[in-house]
Design a protein around this ligand. Structure first.
Ligand code: MRU
Length: 376
């Protein structure tokens, strides 16, 4: 089945090369959604660095694809005389933008592996850089499409048990197509189930402090016609206690070989509430989000701490239609802002990847990825 994510009926990916000039990368500016749909041109590695760092693009898979296209621009910028040195410098710059999502380093390293080494023709390497970045983006989209197929089976099973009644799914942050190249991770099963005619409804956590649920997930679901309600971040436990959540699906920014999952701050609390209430909690991810070198997510996964201003201020549209940012605390209130938390594998009913569904444990993960057994 071929199915794409649309905006006002037109298919878009989140990142692509400009039709008229393939040396320019184009992105959807996620900073102005949902109030405005805007496409930006990125010309240089510095543009890509800023786009990732300042969250014009965000979400694990899209960060990876953006980094891959960033390395393509790096190859265009690199001098012939010091091609490899220049590429390595750009790789460092891109890798330093955001520490938690493993897709970033994975994509940069994949580009480096292809573009460095025995010297060859630089123009040829630039051509290869472009095609590899495209392959990384295509692979992300294809993997997410497959996550949708596997995850939809789980939703279909719940729908069957409920005799066709609506399946209520809670999600946190945005792990839809905006967080990837297309389809999404956590939302891909929702879209697939919806497209098959299964009745689904999504509880959308607003996801403070940056409100990716309110601004991005709610927008995506509306574009696709999926029933949803925005809820405050602290409402999920109450809904679970009252049987109003059939399953939770979130994305992930990094998952260790033992199944511990880093995801947007607040995910862990939802997983604890889900376990307490017997609600199955699923984490959906493409294989580029696994970090097979790590075991203990709590100790090992680097957690990005972001600017306190994200907690102290909120942005939104005034009744007059103007986008404004306002302060929500006393002038001198200090704040802290951890971007992610880690949900231990024991809270996760299963992981959903492009290869299938598995237990969130080393044994479960290696049953889908036996070739990674030696990478521990
Ligand atoms: O800080 P962000 O917006 O880049 O957050 C990442 C995320 O989108 C979430 O953690 C998401 O649920 C997993 S990444 C697809």
């Amino acid at each position: 089945m071929s199915r794409f994510m649309n905006v006002n009926g037109k298919h878009y990916r989140t990142i692509w090369l400009k039709e008229e000039d393939k040396r320019v990368v184009q992105i959807i500016n996620q900073l102005v959604l949902p109030h405005k749909f805007e496409i930006l041109d990125l010309h240089r590695v510095e543009d890509v660095r800023r786009a990732i760092k300042d969250m014009y693009v965000r979400g694990a898979g899209l960060i990876g694809a953006a980094a891959a296209y960033g390395m393509y621009l790096a190859a265009l910028e690199a001098s012939d005389s010091a091609f490899e040195r220049d590429l390595l410098a750009s790789a460092q710059i891109l890798k330093a933008t955001r520490p938690t999502a493993s897709n970033l380093a994975w994509a940069v390293d994949a580009m480096l592996a292809k573009l460095t080494g025995p010297s060859g023709d630089m123009e040829q390497k630039r051509v290869e850089a472009r095609s590899l970045a495209g392959e990384i983006a295509d692979q992300d989209a294809e993997y997410c499409r497959n996550i949708g197929l596997h995850g939809a089976e789980i939703i279909a099973g719940i729908a069957e048990k409920k005799k066709g009644e609506t399946v209520n799914i809670l999600t946190h942050c945005n792990a839809g197509w905006l967080a990837f190249v297309d389809y999404g991770s956590a939302l891909s099963p929702v879209y697939t189930a919806f497209d098959r005619g299964i009745k689904v409804h999504v509880w959308v956590d607003e996801t403070r402090p940056r409100n990716q649920g309110a601004s991005l997930t709610a927008w995506e679901l509306a574009q696709h016609g999926v029933s949803h309600d925005l809820i405050p971040d602290n409402a999920g436990g109450h809904l679970m206690q009252h049987g109003m959540v059939d399953m939770v699906i979130t994305g992930a920014d990094r998952v260790t070989r033992c199944g511990d999952a880093a995801n947007k701050i607040g995910t862990y609390l939802k997983a604890v509430a889900a376990k307490e209430n017997g609600v199955p909690f699923y984490v959906a991810l493409p294989s580029s989000t696994f970090d097979f070198t790590m075991r203990d997510g709590l100790r090992e996964i680097p957690i990005e701490e972001r600017d306190a201003a994200e907690v102290r201020y909120v942005s939104g549209k005034t009744s007059g239609g103007i986008i404004e940012t306002v302060q929500i605390c006393p002038d001198a209130t200090p704040a802290r802002n951890w971007g992610f938390d880690v949900t231990p594998g024991r809270y996760i009913r299963a992981l959903i990847s492009e290869r299938g569904v598995c237990e969130a444990s080393e044994r479960g993960i290696l049953s889908l990825y036996p070739e990674r057994a030696a990478n521990g």
